[in-house]
Ligand binder design. Structure first.
Ligand SMILES: Nc1ncnc2c1ncn2[C@@H]1O[C@H](COP(=O)(O)OP(=O)(O)OP(=O)(O)O)[C@@H](O)[C@H]1O
Ligand SMILES: [Mg+2]
Length: 266
């Protein structure tokens, strides 16, 4: 049986009084590829920060690899939603990747082995030829690839990505998703995204976070998830509403596992 990598049980969290997460439960097993979706402000990044031990639940328990997240940070690679501080520093691409080494942030000299590793992870995201460029000179999508390399350099067993593909072009020569699928053969992946096209990749489960967490152990949005994601669009007042109503109609007709209408449509 696959090992349990993440276990979130009965978790509540509030920043300043009002709960942004309530009674959240989630299990992620070894080699799972979980996609986390949900509206802006729903609590996705908050949940991710709890998996990293940056935030602590007001109630409930978060375990990663069977223990508190801070005990296993060396096993977790993280691609944050925002990383302004790294971009503002005059770092080269290679140096940025090296800061992903757990002992790397304040280092001035790196070993040959560490540099070779950085070059290797850069080649995995097809950014090796940019290694001496300044981070500030890269395009948005190139920066996101470098962040992925930075998360990979410490050979993590669990990779957590918070909206890693917002600047990635879908038709470029480099396919971010194929790379993630390859990585998923060796590692567990949790990815927050608003890009529902990713349902067509090899993710195996979906969580929708909007204060509460809904979970599906299949790579499909349930009807309840669709309503949370698109609920405010009214068919009569919003052109998006007609599209959503159509999607929901198809979902309610879904005949279970063998029904592929949804994947085929996006
Ligand atoms: N540091 C903070 N202090 C106070 N409130 C916060 C803080 N960070 C987030 N929040 C609030 O908590 C709620 C959840 O925020 P969170 O960043 O987890 O949402 P999200 O699902 O990641 O949204 P998005 O899709 O926009 O990234 C929001 O209402 C947000 O305004
Ligand atoms: Mg977020």
């Amino acid at each position: 049986m696959n090992e349990e990598i993440v276990s979130v049980s009965g978790v509540y969290f509030s920043y300043n009084g009002d709960f942004v997460l309530e009674n959240v439960n989630l299990k992620v097993k070894e080699k799972d590829f979980l996609m986390i979706v949900g509206p802006n402000g729903g609590g996705k990044t908050t949940l991710v920060k709890m998996l990293l031990g940056i935030l602590k639940p007001a109630k409930g328990e978060v375990k990663v690899f069977g223990t508190s997240p801070e005990n296993v940070l060396d096993k977790i690679g993280y691609v944050p939603q925002k990383m302004n501080n790294v971009n503002d520093m005059p770092l080269t691409v290679l140096e940025c990747v090296l800061t992903g080494l757990k002992s790397g942030f304040f280092k001035i000299r790196y070993t040959k082995n560490e540099i070779k590793k950085a070059e290797y992870v850069l080649s995995r995201v097809e950014m090796d030829k940019f290694k001496d460029k300044k981070m500030s000179e890269l395009s948005g999508g190139q920066v996101q690839r470098v962040y992925l390399a930075r998360a990979l350099i410490s050979s993590p067993e669990l990779l957590i990505l918070d909206e890693p593909t917002s600047n990635i072009d879908p038709y470029g020569s480099f396919c971010f998703f194929t790379t993630l699928e390859e990585i998923n053969r060796e590692k567990t992946i949790i990815m927050v995204t608003h890009n529902l096209n990713l349902l067509a990749t090899k993710i195996n489960s979906v969580a929708c976070v909007n204060k509460y967490l809904l979970y599906n152990d299949k790579p499909e949005l349930t009807k309840e998830m669709m309503e949370i994601m698109y609920g405010i669009h009214d068919e009569h007042y919003c052109s998006m509403g007609a599209y959503v109503a159509e999607e929901i109609k198809h979902l309610t007709k879904c005949e279970g596992e063998n029904c592929c209408h949804y994947k085929g449509r996006i």
